[in-house]
Design a protein around this ligand. Structure first.
Ligand SMILES: NC(=O)C1=CN([C@@H]2O[C@H](COP(=O)(O)OP(=O)(O)OC[C@H]3O[C@@H](n4cnc5c(N)ncnc54)[C@H](O)[C@@H]3O)[C@@H](O)[C@H]2O)C=CC1
Ligand SMILES: O=C(O)C(=O)Cc1ccc(O)cc1
Length: 366
């Protein structure tokens, strides 16, 4: 028999989960969002089968509910669900980037019909909203599942089965380790990226031209600062228990670095930089992870009309799909670099081959 699944919060993540659920012929996907336009878009674009007019209306029909709203709204919805008269047992999951407050709320529910397994698909984008939803968003990413007081083994198994078409790697963790790890590798770096942008902004009045120079490293290290501010506001506040001590450690570390520089301690500074490089180089960047890893190829091109379209044309002729394209540096009269990103190592290698056959110089770098 078909399972009815309600996705509440039809944004980037809810829309993408819904799209992957739609690949399963044995489910009926209902959608609810407070934004009527998002629901309409989702119906028109085959992201859900049907919309419902309220969370309650959808919940009363659902076998499974996916909560894909901001973290704080997710807690409110769990409490609303607790008050509802549900006709039968319902398995609830969420997609929130922070797990402790969600699991705390879920563990306190008293409605006997609710079962709950926390979830966190670890891929995203700086975009938000249903228009940015993609069925392949979670492919090869980790999808963390967090069982709690209201989870049974068969609930975890059912979720894994239903989420099969996300093509992600399902791993079970507890909420404590989840929030600590996410704090270190995702939430805290977001704060640092934003603070670096603020620092550059403060200097912008003094050196307006600096803005033009802020390519390469600065763009790479601050990319995540372009993500959705209200979502990150919510995440940082919900995981402040982890993030505040990390900030304290960071301030101490900056103080230590300041002292090294002031003392011109080049040995200690070199060791510091080298230790960071060793650890960074050892990260599994070509495997799955929170930050979607792509296979990049850098291509030298001349500054002339049509230079980019020639490269993309060559790749199109070889049926190679480009995931992302970025002009890293292009100045009048001299060569510039294009960064092309691919989904697979095979496409990366084929790109190097076909472009070098066409006289292009290419490099692969981490
Ligand atoms: N954006 C990302 O890269 C990732 C986000 N997440 C988590 O996914 C969740 C959603 O994030 P996004 O999809 O990026 O945000 P989004 O802004 O694209 O989507 C959120 C949706 O929730 C809806 N919504 C808000 N309040 C509602 C309510 N009371 N009832 C019904 N719908 C409501 C909004 O209208 C919007 O359509 C967040 O908890 C976030 O922590 C998890 C992994 C990655
Ligand atoms: O775009 C990036 O680099 C991300 O890190 C996306 C992301 C954002 C929030 C999450 O909870 C998980 C993944």
């Amino acid at each position: 028999m078909k399972k009815t699944i309600l996705v509440t919060g039809l944004g980037l993540i809810g829309g993408s989960v819904a799209l992957s659920l739609m690949k399963n012929n044995h489910v009926q996907v209902l959608g609810f969002d407070q934004n009527e336009h998002s629901m309409e878009f989702a119906v028109q674009n085959g992201i859900i089968h049907e919309k419902v007019q309220s969370f309650q209306e959808g919940a009363s029909q659902a076998d499974v509910i996916v909560l894909a709203t901001p973290v704080s709204v997710c807690i409110q919805l769990l409490n609303e669900l607790d008050q509802m008269e549900l006709p039968s047992s319902v398995l609830v999951t969420d997609v929130s980037s922070v797990k402790k407050p969600i699991m705390e709320a879920a563990n306190h529910l008293s409605n006997p019909h609710i079962r709950f397994v926390g979830g966190h698909p670890m891929a995203g984008s700086h975009k938000h909203g249903v228009e940015a939803a993609r069925a392949h968003l979670f492919e090869n990413a980790f999808y963390l599942l967090v069982p709690g007081r209201l989870s049974r083994e068969q609930d975890v198994a059912l979720l894994k089965e239903l989420l099969e078409y996300t093509y992600s790697y399902m791993v079970t963790v507890n909420e404590e380790e989840h929030d600590k790890m996410m704090g270190v590798i995702s939430h805290f770096p977001h704060l640092i990226a934003s603070s670096l942008v603020h620092q550059a902004r403060n200097w912008h009045n003094t050196y307006p031209f600096m803005h033009e120079l802020a390519a390469g490293g600065f763009r790479d290290v601050t990319r995540i600062a372009s993500s959705h501010p209200s979502m990150w506001n919510d995440i940082l506040l919900q995981n402040k228990e982890t993030v505040v001590p990390l900030l304290t450690d960071w301030i101490d570390e900056m103080q230590h670095l300041k002292e090294l520089l002031e003392a011109e301690d080049d040995v200690a500074l070199h060791t510091y930089l080298n230790d960071a490089k060793q650890f960074r180089d050892g990260l599994p960047i070509k495997k799955k992870g929170a930050i979607p890893s792509f296979y990049d190829v850098y291509v030298d091109i001349q500054d002339q009309p049509g230079a980019i379209s020639e490269v993309t044309h060559i790749l199109a002729q070889s049926s190679i799909s480009i995931v992302n394209i970025e002009i890293l540096e292009i100045r009048e009269g001299i060569t510039g670099a294009l960064r092309l990103s691919f989904q697979t190592e095979r496409d990366q290698k084929r790109t190097q081959l076909v472009l070098s056959r066409n006289g292009y110089e290419t490099t692969i770098a981490n």
